[in-house]
Design a binder for this molecule. Structure first.
Ligand SMILES: [Zn+2]
Length: 365
């Protein structure tokens, strides 16, 4: 039985105190002298964020992007946007750096690094090694890393079965256009199922031409959650890297959705309690701040003109976020059940979508 969190405990006070304690000797605040450069040999930066190499890389291209603030409670939209813009720049530069190292040898091109992903943990309860907010960027070769590759394989298997009346699953790998179409139809219907259950919201943005059933950029409270408040952001302009300069508003909507998820976790609108049993309210509502979270973003493969004849699967950008245990909680939010048996989730997806719908109209981007 999971411990029920105290809805009155103020997590912000805990995080603020920890921030004061760690700010003076933070390696990320003094990144220019206390961190290393990656193979780009330069720290990319913009108004609110900067990059540096991860000291404990899992692969050749594995760097960190951090905002120019230490305290996670001070993270604002401009920080998240700067980090996301910088991540696009880093992915492009890193992949281009690899590209310029290649000869005309086609076999080397096959090992090119062009699968971009981001992982983001907040606070030690979320798995972060430092309090200073930061996300990790990875560029992998040949295919996405393990679980993301497995996630795509699951979609492929499911979409193949789901669309078996239209496509020959056994030959999908040979027909990349049909495989891509099969993926897209599966993901669009995944969105549709959640839409009809009232578990989606269009990503925030310019309301001109934006309809409530807009599904090109959607926030989705996932029915098959792996952890608390499991939220997808699915962004469907398939040519994001090629059209980034022409689709700033579109990319903005995706970034606003990412920020909206984080801001809803940490500062939800307090719902009026209707149950006289406070313990029951605590277990069925989520209206307490959650500064610890884990997230990931899987972008489509980066493509260059040289690869125009190569078969590359194209699919939407998919971001996941889950909330993690409160800082003041003295138990882990993972156990043998999650590791070896089944996902153990307390909050139902309607709690999560209710939080998002209450919060998003109030967010100042
Ligand atoms: Zn710091």
């Amino acid at each position: 039985m999971r411990k029920i969190h105290n809805p009155l405990a103020n997590e912000k006070i805990f995080v603020d105190k920890l921030s004061n304690k760690t700010s003076l000797d933070c390696q990320f605040c003094s990144y220019k002298i206390n961190t290393a450069l990656d193979e780009l040999n330069i720290s990319l930066s913009n108004t609110y964020a900067y990059t540096f190499s991860n000291a404990f890389k899992i692969d050749k291209w594995h760097s960190i992007i951090a905002p120019k603030i230490h305290n996670p409670t001070e993270l604002q939209y401009q920080h998240v946007k700067s980090m996301m813009v910088l991540s696009q720049q880093w992915f492009g530069n890193a992949s281009n750096h690899e590209f310029t190292q290649l000869s005309d040898d086609q076999s080397k091109i096959e090992t090119h690094y062009f699968y971009p992903i981001i992982s983001w943990d907040s606070l030690s309860k979320g798995g972060a090694s430092q309090l200073h907010p930061h996300l990790q960027c990875f560029l992998s070769q040949e295919h996405y890393y393990g679980k993301m590759y497995g996630f795509l394989q699951n979609i492929k298997r499911s979409s193949g079965v789901y669309n078996s009346h239209k496509y020959d699953y056994n030959n999908l790998d040979e027909n990349i256009e049909e495989l891509a179409q099969s993926y897209r139809e599966y993901i669009e219907d995944l969105i549709n199922v959640h839409y009809f259950f009232g578990l989606t919201i269009p990503c925030p943005g310019d309301v001109n031409g934006l309809h409530l059933n807009d599904k090109s950029c959607v926030i989705l409270s996932y029915l098959n959650a792996i952890k608390e408040h499991h939220i997808f952001v699915i962004y469907q302009p398939y040519e994001m890297y090629n059209t980034l300069n022409n689709s700033v508003n579109s990319f903005d909507r995706f970034v606003k959705a990412i920020y909206a998820v984080i801001d809803t976790y940490r500062a939800p609108v307090i719902q009026n309690a209707t149950n006289k049993n406070p313990s029951l309210n605590a277990s069925t509502t989520s209206s307490h701040p959650k500064y610890a979270f884990s997230g990931s973003i899987m972008y489509p493969p980066i493509k260059y003109r040289l690869f125009k004849d190569r078969k590359i699967l194209d699919f939407p950008t998919i971001a996941h976020f889950v909330s993690r245990a409160p800082y003041f909680d003295d138990v882990s939010d993972f156990s043998a059940i999650e590791l070896f048996v089944i996902n153990n989730v307390v909050h139902d997806p309607y709690t999560t979508i209710k939080d998002l719908k209450s919060k998003i109209p109030l967010i100042k981007f």
